[in-house]
Design a protein around this ligand. Structure first.
Ligand SMILES: CC(C)(COP(=O)(O)OP(=O)(O)OC[C@H]1O[C@@H](n2cnc3c(N)ncnc32)[C@H](O)[C@@H]1OP(=O)(O)O)[C@@H](O)C(=O)NCCC(=O)NCCS
Length: 149
């Protein structure tokens, strides 16, 4: 198993994996160096295990401000690989990447009603509630991880 930053070419390839999301908007953002996709791979089978995206700057500065706060999204581990610790490993690596860039905070958004994910993210260090977004069909909350150095 190994974890690394994915390329645009790989992103195109990932598009064929129906359970992992990506789009041209994402590719544009990567080209502008505002987003990175990180992947965890099974080196024996050369197969994708999961993904997590970092966005460095967004219009919504509560999420990411390009200076010290980055936003994480599209966190997914393929179903057959879940509950084996891969999510924790990928999250740890990506948080390290954010620190290495000199950022001190990370945010993640979760459906307000998905208590289980709120619990999982809390264990991963996202233990500060920032705000609730009510404008969408499914309200969501924004959680903050004050990265430890
Ligand atoms: C969230 C997700 C990425 C976690 O990946 P994972 O590889 O299964 O996570 P891990 O095995 O590393 O587990 C991380 C922690 O969460 C806990 N956990 C994971 N899934 C859980 C579940 N369904 N119920 C309870 N606890 C769970 C683990 O016990 C572990 O806790 P620990 O650190 O105390 O040991 C994965 O469940 C997923 O892809 N879900 C679908 C996509 C999704 O809905 N993403 C979130 C949108 S808000």
């Amino acid at each position: 198993m190994f974890i690394r930053m994915g390329s645009i070419e790989e992103l195109e390839k990932l598009c064929q994996e129906e359970s992992l999301s990506k789009n041209h908007y994402t590719i544009d953002k990567i080209k502008k160096e505002n987003q990175e996709i990180w992947v965890i791979m099974n080196d024996k089978k050369q197969e994708l295990i999961g993904q997590l995206y970092i966005i460095w700057n967004l219009e919504d500065k509560d999420k990411a401000n390009g200076k010290n706060r980055a936003y994480l999204c599209s966190f997914k581990i393929l179903e057959k690989y879940r509950r084996h610790g891969f999510g924790n490993l990928l999250m740890e690596r990506v948080l390290q990447r954010i620190k290495d860039k000199g950022f001190t905070e990370a945010t993640i958004e979760v459906d307000k009603n998905l208590d289980i994910f709120i619990h999982i993210y809390k264990k991963m260090g996202f233990d500060v509630y920032l705000k609730t977004y009510k404008e969408f069909q499914k309200p969501s909350i924004l959680l903050l991880n004050s990265l430890e150095y």
